[in-house]
Design a protein around this ligand. Structure first.
Ligand SMILES: C[S@@+](CC[C@H](N)C(=O)[O-])C[C@H]1O[C@@H](n2cnc3c(N)ncnc32)[C@H](O)[C@@H]1O
Length: 133
């Protein structure tokens, strides 16, 4: 379960204003281009900044996050209508989601505190990736 600052709409609305400089995402966009990816899964996509940026560049993007309040913000962003948003954790990832590249940005790895949680999310990423992805 995500923390209240992600799930409470009034708190989720503060995420982007408090983290306005997203130049940290440039490296992920560069990786997508370098690897020739066409389909990207962004695990724990939050307010969808990377997902929308990539969708605007023509990538087929799936954004996964358990915090519906953040996904509401993400949907309203430019290119948000081109992203497949899934509200849930790795355990909820549908089998039909396929990707060449799986991303986790903004210190997401720190969300997964137990070994079984980390195993679940990395297994889901592996299942989703095409061979060689
Ligand atoms: C620090 S934010 C990063 C959001 C986004 N990736 C970014 O770069 O702005 C961490 C995200 O992890 C999500 N999260 C929390 N628990 C989770 C879980 N069990 N599975 C997947 N995502 C989770 C939160 O809802 C939140 O959006």
């Amino acid at each position: 379960m995500a923390d209240a600052h992600y799930t409470n709409p009034r708190l989720a609305a503060l995420y982007d204003p408090f983290d306005a400089d997203r130049s940290d995402l440039d490296v992920y966009a560069a990786m997508a281009a370098e690897f020739g990816a066409t389909r990207v899964l962004d695990i724990s996509c939050g307010t969808g900044t990377l997902a929308c940026l990539l969708a605007g560049r023509g990538y087929e993007v799936t954004g996964l996050d358990p915090a519906g309040a953040e996904l509401d913000i993400a949907r309203a962003k430019p290119h948000g209508d081109r992203v497949r948003w899934i509200c849930g954790t790795a355990a909820d990832l549908p089998a039909d989601v396929r990707a060449d590249l799986v991303t986790m940005t903004g210190n997401v790895a720190q969300v997964f505190l137990r070994d079984d949680e980390w195993a679940e999310v990395t297994s889901a990423a592996y299942r989703t990736l095409r061979p060689g992805g």
